[in-house]
Design a protein around this ligand. Structure first.
Ligand code: ARG
Length: 566
């Protein structure tokens, strides 16, 4: 049982009248390691003085708690009860953590349950942009975290591979395109054709009809158009996969909007039959006034299906095929209304099953807090962005360690650069916009991935030099800093759980950073390898082994590699 559970059980055993006591971990160990507000809650219910109730609880806990478990329990402020673990308890807990090795942190809250995490979702024949990058990074981290909690996670890439724009693209390709140009530079060329089409529409309004015609043909399964669409899709996927490979990210399911085309007609007639959707100026709409939302459009006047309707079909399909407990959509803030409407219509239709959650995020901004752009002022491409961070990372490493071979340097640069990119995103509250400050992202002494990676690599080196660890006497660790480090390690599973529940990663990133700060303090003030007392040295090595393993696992959950040397 984890320590917090133990304290919770103990408190509850003294208060049978209360249903569940909340125990929280405290930030500042000089105010206790854990704290509960249960006395305040109880006092309120019973019309008593909270400090009085607190004092009574402390008195009975002092008798009930195993001898030497706490070093102090006290009532503080308006009636909080604060718990101080004794060094003996902390040392015993570290012993367990140390024994668990890299399993430490694994939870079972999601055991036996499935969850679909949908992320990345780029659009075929278009460039993947920084918004898709955020979705990819955040989604992957959330999927890792949920997996650590025991969930069976289905990583879903819902490709934007359907819609009237494909009719326009097909027309443009047939009229102005050629095979070898697409082959050579698929997305670039398809995008050029699409933009060209739109330029021409300005002077030739008939083109729109032509595009629609091609799309209708595609919908009806016309062989030539189907083949073209399929080819565009494949070529685009090849490009996307290059980015995923660099990021070290993958998916279980690559099913996009096109997969639901066949289900549009039945879903639309179902909505009509159930009286959910009504005709308005030829289009089919769902009134959501009761839900406090604007009217949702579910089919256009020409009968063409829509983004929202395809999403509804996909929810139903996912529920049926996977029976997930949750479906999580990692999509930008800009689509908040879309998801609110989609969830509301799904509810109205009685599509039940998974809880639907929108994990939204803000924009990516340049250092000047404006749109991210190149030096020439043009919007930066994702591939340029990744290439730039890799070059900068290599420069930064060269400054730190001149002795690396070129191959090693490249490998480490990739871990550091991609890590910096991911951490810069995951350390922030995802709702806010993130700023691309290249120097700060790669600052080995700031709140950055390289700082965490470097800390871990240093620990790793000491551990290797320290030799075999055996017969550890954990009571050797009795200084404040050492005990604080143990308490920090105890918080790890908690932070993972919190991230999984809230779908935020910033708490976990912040946790790793503060652990690394403490760890740095520790090895800067302790001569681990030079320690002459053998027992002490072994205990130090065991402590940093657990710290190193937690940092490695924590970074891993954020999708970030931990190189052994930097
Ligand atoms: N492909 C869309 C875009 O780039 C995002 C898809 C989001 N997911 C969804 N189920 N609607 O804007």
């Amino acid at each position: 049982m984890r320590i917090k559970e133990k304290i919770k059980k103990l408190v509850e055993s003294q208060l049978p009248e209360i249903s569940g006591a909340e125990i929280s971990s405290t930030e500042n160990p000089t105010l206790g390691h854990y704290s509960t507000n249960v006395a305040m809650r109880l006092a309120k219910e019973q019309g008593k003085n909270p400090q009085e109730v607190g004092r009574e609880l402390v008195a009975s806990l002092e008798i009930a708690a195993p001898k030497g478990f706490f070093s102090k329990i006290e009532v503080a402020g308006p009636g909080f009860v604060n718990f101080y673990l004794s060094p003996k308890t902390l040392q015993a807990e570290l012993k367990n953590i140390y024994k668990e090795k890299n399993k430490y942190g694994k939870l079972s809250s999601g055991k036996g349950k499935k969850v679909i995490v949908e992320y990345s979702q780029p659009n075929i024949a278009k460039k993947m942009h920084v918004g898709h990058l955020r979705s990819t990074i955040i989604g992957d981290a959330l999927a890792n975290i949920l997996e650590e909690c025991g969930y069976k996670v289905i990583r879903w890439n819902y490709l934007g591979d359907w819609g009237t724009q494909f009719g326009k693209l097909i027309y443009a390709y047939k009229t102005w395109g050629n095979k070898s140009a697409v082959k050579k530079n698929p997305i670039e060329e398809l995008l050029r054709l699409y933009v060209y089409f739109h330029d021409r529409v300005k002077t030739d309004a008939l083109l729109d009809d032509k595009g629609r015609e091609e799309f209708n043909k595609l919908e009806r399964g016309d062989k030539e158009n189907r083949a073209l669409w399929k080819w565009f899709r494949e070529e685009s996927l090849k490009e996307f996969k290059k980015v995923y490979k660099l990021l070290g990210i993958d998916f279980d399911v690559w099913v996009g909007e096109s997969a639901y085309e066949q289900q549009m007609a039945p879903i639309i007639s179902e909505m009509k039959k159930k009286g959910i959707a009504t005709l308005s100026e030829g289009a089919l709409v769902v009134d959501l006034a009761e839900q406090g939302l604007p009217v949702a459009l579910v089919a256009k006047s020409d009968g063409a299906s829509l983004y929202l309707t395809r999403d509804l079909a996909s929810v139903r399909d996912r529920n049926k095929k996977y029976k997930p407990e949750q479906i999580i959509y990692v999509v930008a803030n800009e689509q908040t209304l879309h998801f609110e409407q989609m969830f509301a219509v799904a509810k109205k239709m009685g599509i039940d099953g998974a809880e639907l959650r929108h994990a939204k995020f803000g924009l990516v901004l340049g250092e000047d807090r404006k749109k991210l752009s190149t030096r020439e002022g043009r919007a930066i491409q994702l591939s340029e962005l990744i290439a730039k961070i890799l070059v900068l990372a290599e420069d930064a490493i060269t400054k730190k360690n001149m002795n690396l071979s070129a191959v090693k340097r490249k490998k480490i640069a990739k871990a550091i650069g991609i890590g910096a990119l991911k951490y810069n995103d995951l350390k922030e509250n995802r709702n806010s916009d993130i700023v691309f400050d290249w120097n700060r992202m790669l600052d080995f002494s700031g709140n950055s991935a390289p700082y965490l990676q470097y800390t871990r690599a240093r620990l790793s080196r000491i551990i290797k030099k320290g030799g075999k660890i055996s017969n550890v006497d954990f009571t050797m660790l009795d200084k404040d800093l050492e005990l604080n480090l143990i308490k920090k390690l105890l918080d790890f599973p908690e932070e993972i759980k919190k991230s999984a529940e809230t779908l935020y990663t910033n708490n976990l990133a912040g946790y790793l950073f503060s652990l690394a700060v403490l760890a740095n303090k520790f090895y800067e003030t302790t001569h681990i390898l030079k320690e002459e007392n053998k027992k002490k040295k072994q205990a130090y090595l065991a402590l940093i082994t657990s710290i190193s393993s937690v940092i490695k696992k924590g970074l891993g959950l954020l999708g970030i590699e931990s190189p052994e040397e930097i």
